[in-house]
Design a protein around this ligand. Structure first.
Ligand code: QAP
Ligand code: CO
Length: 168
């Protein structure tokens, strides 16, 4: 297993649209393992392939307290089943150090494949629904900061650019 470097906002590679996964092979399973290691080591609850500069449609997450419930979603799609919005203080491993309130539909139905290519379906609400929507956004080149005011987004961008210059 290996930890992968995580792209940080405002890296333009975070804006790429990911392509469907077509090969359910050992390479895919290694990528999934490495994404889990990267997520757990960074104390994240979700990670999309886009964030590790792999522009394929897959994401991993674990929203459990005990960190013992890994879930993988390949080629995920969702539909809203409850339009009512819930607010959640979101963060992102690609936007380190910043947490802001975002509103999203509070219940969704998700269709995806597992690492063997088998289809699965589930309903999600609460934190799981937030996390799945946040991670699918990544696959479409979208970040939670896009939901904030331009002023807030610009402040976050400026602070992270300064951090990046310091460590460059
Ligand atoms: C997305 O985000 C998410 O800034 C996953 O210093 C977040 O795992 C979905 C993290 C909240 C729903 C609610 C961020 C860790 C982790 C940071 C993450 C940080 C350390 C973010
Ligand atoms: Co994120």
């Amino acid at each position: 297993m290996a930890q992968l470097p995580i792209l940080e906002f405002p890296d333009p590679r975070l804006r790429k649209i990911a392509a469907p996964v077509t090969e359910f092979d050992d390479g895919l399973r290694t990528l999934v393992d490495n994404m889990f290691e990267t997520m757990y080591e960074s104390e994240g609850i979700g990670l999309a392939a886009t964030q590790v500069n792999v522009h394929k449609r897959l994401l991993v997450l674990d929203v459990s307290e005990e960190k013992d419930s890994p879930q993988v979603f390949i080629n995920p799609e969702f539909e809203v089943i409850e339009e009512e919005l819930q607010d959640y203080q979101e963060g992102c491993l690609s936007v380190p150090g910043f947490f802001e309130e975002v509103s999203r539909p509070r219940a969704i139905r998700v269709k995806a494949q597992n690492p063997h290519g088998e289809s699965c379906e589930l309903e999600a609400r609460g934190l799981l629904a937030v996390c799945i929507q946040h991670e699918i956004d990544h696959l479409n080149g979208k970040l939670f900061v896009d939901y904030l005011s331009p002023l807030k987004r610009q402040r976050i961008r400026g602070k992270l650019e300064k951090e990046h210059r310091k460590s460059a």
